[in-house]
Write a protein that binds this ligand. Sequence first.
Ligand code: HEC
Length: 124
Amino acid sequence: MKKILMIAATSAFLVSGLAATEAMAGAEKKCKSCHNFSAKHKTGPGLKGVVGRDAGSTDFKKYSKSLKAGGWKWDDDHLRAWMCDSKKAIKEFTGDKKAKTKMAKQKVCDAERQDEIIAFLKAL
Ligand code: HEC
């Protein structure tokens, strides 16, 4: 009997552990083709420590002019708008209708997915 209980407890643990891992993999998947989750840059700047940071403030060499000029901090609201539609967001953030970003629109517009990614970025 004890053994059966242990097996039940172990599989419950494994199942919840798996769900957490999948959530992480989901959040990462969308961004990691272009971003490292460290300070190292790839196609885009490294995202470690991005939450709360000034936009365009790393030593990434290939920022667009608009992002490099910055002027906002990457808080939750800015990140949400950015991961939904970066092309539109850069215009809003800069107040310049002609502003452009090199980051393709990611279409992560669902609040739950956004929460997941923001929580992931904060935990880096
Ligand atoms: C197709 C490649 C690509 C994908 C996929 C991508 N990004 Fe980017 N990202 C970039 C590039 C390139 C830049 C620099 C843009 C610029 O300078 O205009 C950037 C910039 C950023 C910045 C600004 C960082 C800073 O230092 O100011 C954030 C934040 C960001 N990306 C978040 C994300 C998140 C979150 C995801 C996943 C939902 C994602 N990106 C997916 C290419 C990508």
